[in-house]
Structures are given as structure tokens and as C-alpha cells.
Design a protein around this ligand. Structure first.
Ligand code: C5P
Length: 231
């Protein structure tokens, strides 16, 4: 079978040393890893390099949102780090997404470009407080369609929205879903949680999982136990 683990472990730690210490407890054949603002602001490109040295493919989760030229330059720089996946906010607009696509396509190494739809922390009342009058689900569909049309390889969304998006898009459009919790584990601050196998059944392509793995006494055991439920 082709090497394509479905789990992306969110390595959200305040120091590079902790990120690396946790990564060393994982297994690249079972997962990719995600580096977000906190870890990247501490460790920068050297941290990304160190994770790739350990054999991991890296999702650089910096959620770019700025004018098209600025985002395009940021995407080119991110692509040059050799990462597997990068992302931007779909709400930044179709021109921004298209500029990002063009910039990535000009690079030798071309990571997947994902567009964040509506953050899973945004509920209907927050959505309306921002000035939107439509439903969150409708907004997710609009942003995903725009993202695809302008060159994104997929979207970050809730696994609860995956069935709807899977009806609207073919399987090659990636759905990357955080808010995943194995049955019986702590939801932490996540509000709308879905189990790993349900997320895959809903049409998710990759599952972002943080604390259920990173706070476990034996992270690789938890990783393995989730991994086997996905096939
Ligand atoms: O620990 P936990 O499994 O909740 O980690 C989820 C990860 O996914 C975190 O890094 C969080 O920033 C990220 N994320 C999220 N919801 C989104 C987008 C990203 O939880 N909508």
C-alpha cells in the first residue's frame, strides 16, 4: 500500500525542544505532523527541518490571510521549506487564492494548498456578529467552491461538514478535519467533535489530532490504536 497515513498530529508546544521530544515518540509511517503559530514562532524553519530529518511530512499551519501579493510570497517561501501542506484563509478571496496557487506552481517543491473555510470555533452567532447573514454551512460550501475553483487542493473544515462537502466535490478535493476525538476521550475546548472512524466515513481525507495523542502516557500506542480503526 502507498504510504499515506491519514492522521496529522498537531504538535502544539511552546518550545522546539518539546515539539521534537514529542515527535521522537511518534512514528512517521503512521502520521504526518502539524506545526502551527506557537511552535513555528519558537522554532522557525529550523524546527521544520528537524521534523523532516526525523522522517515526518509537515503541515505548516500558518493560515495566511493578506493581500494577494503578500500571500503569494509567503506561500513561495513556505513551499521552499519543503513542507507537505500549507494553508490560507479562504475568506481572503479568490484573487488571493489564485495568486497563492500561481506562486506555488512556480516553485520546484509544491506543497498541497489548503483553504480554511469557517473555523470550527465559530458558531452561528459569532458568524452573524462578523456581519454574515447566511448559515455557517452555506458559507462553508461557498468558500470551498471558491477555493477549489481558484486552485486550492482542498479545505480545512469540520468533519461534521464533510458529508455535505463530499457531495459537492470529488474525492481528489482534500478535506482536512480537526476536532477529532476517539470515543470516551476528553473534548478539551473543542465543541463539535467527531470520532476518527466517523470522520473518515463522513468523507475526511486527513484527520488533525492533537491532545488525545500528545498528552497520552504512550502517544505511539494511542496513534496506533486510532490508525487501525481507519482501514
Ligand atoms: O488538540 P486538538 O486535537 O484539539 O488540536 C487540534 C488542532 O487543530 C490545533 O492545532 C488547532 O489549532 C487546529 N485547528 C482546530 N480547528 C480549526 C482549525 C485548526 O482545532 N478549525
Amino acid at each position: 500500500m502507498q504510504h499515506d497515513p491519514k492522521i496529522i498530529v498537531a504538535l502544539d508546544f511552546p518550545t522546539s525542544a518539546e515539539v521534537i521530544r514529542h515527535a521522537e515518540q511518534l512514528e512517521p509511517s503512521l502520521c504526518r505532523v502539524k506545526v502551527g503559530f506557537e511552535s513555528f514562532l519558537h522554532g522557525g524553519p529550523a524546527l521544520v527541518d528537524a521534523l523532516m530529518e526525523l522522517g515526518f511530512e509537515v503541515f505548516l499551519d500558518l493560515k495566511f490571510h493578506d493581500i494577494p501579493n503578500t500571500v503569494a510570497k509567503a506561500c513561495a517561501a513556505a513551499a521552499n521549506l519543503g513542507v507537505w501542506m500549507i494553508n490560507l484563509h479562504a475568506i481572503g478571496g479568490t484573487k488571493m487564492i489564485a495568486a497563492a496557487r500561481e506562486a506555488i506552481d512556480a516553485e520546484d517543491h509544491r506543497p498541497y494548498l489548503l483553504a480554511v473555510t469557517v473555523l470550527t470555533s465559530t458558531d452561528q452567532s459569532q458568524h452573524e456578529a462578523t456581519g454574515f447573514t447566511n448559515q455557517v454551512a452555506e458559507q462553508v460550501s461557498i468558500l470551498a467552491a471558491n477555493a477549489r475553483q481558484h486552485g486550492a487542493d482542498g479545505v480545512v473544515c469540520s468533519a461534521m461538514e464533510a458529508p455535505q462537502l463530499r457531495k459537492e466535490h470529488t474525492d481528489d478535493f482534500l478535506l482536512v478535519t480537526p476536532g477529532i476525538r476517539p470515543a470516551g476521550t476528553d473534548s478539551n475546548d473543542q465543541k463539535r467533535v467527531v470520532t476518527p472512524s466517523q470522520a473518515i466515513a463522513n468523507g475526511s481525507s486527513y484527520l488533525v489530532i492533537g491532545r488525545p495523542i500528545t498528552t497520552a502516557d504512550n502517544p505511539v500506542e494511542v496513534l496506533e490504536s486510532i490508525h487501525v480503526t481507519l482501514f
